[in-house]
Design a protein around this ligand. Structure first.
Ligand code: NAP
Length: 265
């Protein structure tokens, strides 16, 4: 822990139903039990106001407990969980279980976690729209969808997903994918930005050294400057703080062009 408070950015994207989604969130995949309570508490203490969990992560109860005990008002936190599409037909029962574990009466964002089989996506999406209209979630979206799947659910439900959460990093940058989301009014949320060799990529390390920052901070800052949501995960309090401490520097246009070029597209 450092003595000075981290400089947390308050950049956000306004989603289709008007919810303000902070561009920086805290990812909780593979954090379980007491670690999930401690890590989520550390994230809230560090200033994160956006938490990302999922039914299949098995940690909604711990995330909910950390949030309830944090002293941070529920309305000040953007809360996402995800529905596993193999539970098609049991959407509302799954959502109610998530809400109970998260100790809240509504989500900010509910995502279809990955594409389902056959007509599952369309069937689930229509129920998602009903859940949103019933006030159980402010926004609805999807994860791991391509443009064709985004269009299919949009046609089925009459409403486009507010968000698509996909794997994203400088090494996966694709301007066409970003543009496809913008054209459809779908916010792009990236995951696993710190995996896949990004943290020790020489070009990213070089930019980090120029700015006196960590590679993780450069990658997170790159997302923010592209208006892409980023949700770094860590169980280590010092990393949780430092990953959020990205408000105090700016990547140049040249830095951004270098990072974008790593996607090779
Ligand atoms: N929708 C989906 O299908 C999907 C798939 C994957 C992930 N997600 C979401 O996206 C979130 C982020 O993705 P992720 O968990 O795959 O990976 P990530 O946040 O990209 O990277 C996490 C890994 O990086 C390490 N790390 C974190 N900060 C670091 C730092 N400053 N320096 C060095 N290493 C650091 C972590 O280790 P320590 O914990 O030991 O620090 C962990 O091993 C997930 O937690 C989840 O919420 C969604």
């Amino acid at each position: 822990m450092t003595d000075t408070a981290p400089s947390i950015p308050d950049d956000a994207v306004t989603l289709s139903q008007g919810a303000r989604m902070p561009l920086l969130g805290f990812g909780t995949w593979q954090i379980k039990g007491g670690d999930a309570v401690r890590a989520t508490a550390a994230a809230l203490e560090a200033g994160y106001r956006h938490l990302d969990t999922a039914t299949v992560y098995g940690n909604e109860k711990e995330v909910g407990r950390a949030l309830a005990d944090s002293g941070v008002a529920r309305d000040d936190v953007f809360l996402t969980t995800k529905f596993p599409p193999n539970r098609v037909g049991r959407e509302l029962e799954t959502l109610r279980a998530s809400l109970e574990m998260l100790q809240t009466d509504h989500l900010d964002l509910w995502l279809i976690h990955w594409p389902g089989e056959g007509s599952a996506n369309e069937d689930i999406w229509r129920t998602f729209v009903e859940a949103r209209e019933a006030g159980l979630t402010r926004e609805i979206g999807v994860s791991n969808f391509d443009a064709e799947l985004l269009d299919a659910v949009t046609a089925a439900g009459g409403v486009a997903p507010a968000v698509n959460q996909i794997e994203w990093s400088p090494l996966l940058y694709d301007a066409e994918v970003l543009a496809a989301h913008r054209e459809r009014g779908v916010a792009l949320e990236g995951y696993s930005a710190l995996r896949g060799g990004t943290l020790d990529h020489p070009a990213i390390v070089a930019i980090a050294e120029q700015h006196g920052r960590t590679p993780a901070q450069v990658i997170i800052r790159w997302h923010l400057q592209h208006q892409v949501v980023v949700i770094p995960k860590s169980v280590q309090a010092d990393r949780i703080r430092s990953n959020a401490d990205v408000g105090g520097f700016v990547l140049s246009d040249e830095d951004l062009a270098t990072l974008d070029s790593l996607g090779g597209r």
